[in-house]
Design a protein around this ligand. Structure first.
Ligand SMILES: Cc1cc2nc3c(=O)[nH]c(=O)nc-3n(C[C@H](O)[C@H](O)[C@H](O)COP(=O)(O)OP(=O)(O)OC[C@H]3O[C@@H](n4cnc5c(N)ncnc54)[C@H](O)[C@@H]3O)c2cc1C
Length: 392
């Protein structure tokens, strides 16, 4: 019998496994793919703070980001630049494998090509049923950590909250030049109710993607790749060599992320930023809280609701406010026409607003900046006059 079985070897699952194994618990990680970190589909932008706060694999860093430019569909540009590095672009395969290796070095066991198909919570243990190389087996543990990303097949049975909001994303990586910082493209014809991006990976390649609340990111990405501001900087390649991948990002605050002998982390609990959809930093924060909760449950000798409940209150206390503010910002932004986006970017370029952005904009915590922005009378004047009729 293991102390903990972790379902899913992504960053949230492996970081939880790493910390639990480090504390001396016996940990088994189940991952359905045959290689950790493959296939991976992510832009890989992670704030510098994540690397300061957590023990992350620095060898995965491909590029440092100091600048972000936001483009309105009607011509305005908002540039935010810093002297120091704000974020890193990482290779997700190396990143995920680096965390998994740290977990293995601490003694965690990994079973790859192993799909968990059932989680059965009993009074005195958890039974995790798996399928691997044609065989079916059962593992027993005191606690199960569900870190299966966007696989929500166990949630209903386990009485866990499922996310209700999703961003549909499509992304490709292409040989390119003259992309220096992050570029964010806004507009109802570019990325309905969300945004598109170009993120340099090196001096000669870029990740270009689109997220939208509609179910057609692929269509919008293909259109984006034809736009002059992208097309002219992409090296000529055969259309057939362009590999576009598609995936959803969950967002919103789920109702319940724990149960008897069960804790849910990462995308499985929709612990992403509603503004950008980034989920790695929040997943790491929550995996640390999950670890503390599980270690404390082992000390108390009980793994029921009562001892695991603090997980949910603690993570919601740490990132819940930011998530709520992000959801509110998204609710307003969803109603914006292109003319509103243009006025907003013009407003952001006014000196007093630009200095607020420079002072308070933080790669990971968006609520400070949003609150400061909302404190400005000029912001509300703008909303009332330039975008009347918005549901606030
Ligand atoms: C296009 C796109 C761009 C993104 N860009 C960024 C970004 O720049 N920055 C950022 O912070 N976030 C970004 N994200 C979000 C980020 O990728 C996720 O938040 C993050 O991967 C979540 O980590 P996780 O460990 O919770 O889940 P995952 O990384 O999805 O890992 C879950 C693992 O569990 C495995 N699994 C699932 N079911 C089972 C099962 N039954 N049995 C065994 N194994 C199972 C899966 O195969 C997978 O390996 C992006 C997402 C998308 C779609």
């Amino acid at each position: 019998m293991f102390d903990v079985v972790v379902v899913g070897g992504g960053p949230a699952g492996s970081y939880t496994a790493y910390q639990l194994a480090k504390s001396g618990l016996t940990v088994l990680v189940l991952e359905d793919h045959k290689t950790i970190g493959k296939p991976r589909f992510c832009t890989g932008v992670i704030g510098k703070e994540a690397f300061n706060r957590f023990d992350l694999p620095k060898e995965s860093i491909q590029k440092e980001i100091k600048e972000a430019k936001f483009y309105s569909p009607l011509g305005s540009i908002l540039k935010i630049s810093r002297d120091k590095t704000e974020a890193y672009v990482v290779d997700r395969t190396i990143f995920d494998q680096g965390i998994a290796h740290k977990a293995m070095d601490e003694g965690a066991s990994y079973l790859l090509s192993t799909r968990c198909y059932d989680i059965d919570i009993r009074d005195d243990h958890v039974r995790v049923r798996i399928e691997t190389r044609g065989g079916k087996f059962v593992f027993k543990a005191h606690v199960c950590v569900l870190a299966a990303g966007i696989n929500y097949r166990f949630h209903e049975k386990l009485g866990i909250g499922k996310p209700v909001n999703f961003l549909d994303c499509a992304q490709t990586e292409l040989p390119a030049r003259d992309f220096f910082g992050m570029e964010i493209y806004l507009g109802t014809e570019i990325a309905p109710e969300s945004f598109a991006w170009a993120v340099p990976v090196s001096s000669d390649s870029v990740r270009v993607g689109v997220s939208t609340t509609k179910n057609n990111s692929l269509y919008f990405l293909k259109k984006l790749l034809q736009k002059d501001f992208i097309r002219t900087r992409i090296d000529k390649i055969d259309k057939r060599d362009i590999q576009i991948k598609r995936k959803i990002i969950p967002y919103g605050i789920v109702n319940k992320s724990y149960g008897n002998r069960l804790i849910v982390v990462g995308d499985s609990a929709a612990q992403t930023k509603p503004t950008t959809g980034g989920g790695i930093f929040n997943g790491l924060i929550c995996s640390s809280i999950a670890t503390e909760t599980i270690i404390s449950a082992f000390e108390k000798g009980g793994f029921g609701h009562k001892n695991l409940k603090s997980y949910e209150s603690l993570w919601k206390r740490q990132i819940g406010h930011d998530m709520r503010m992000g959801l509110y910002a998204r609710k307003i932004f969803k109603q914006f026409a292109d003319s509103h986006i243009e006025s907003l970017l013009r407003l952001c370029n006014i000196n007093e607003m630009h200095s607020i952005i420079k002072k308070f904009a933080d790669f990971d915590k968006h609520s400070c900046f949003l609150v400061e922005f909302m404190k400005q009378p000029i912001f509300w004047k703008y909303l009332l006059f330039k975008a009347p009729g918005l549901k606030l």
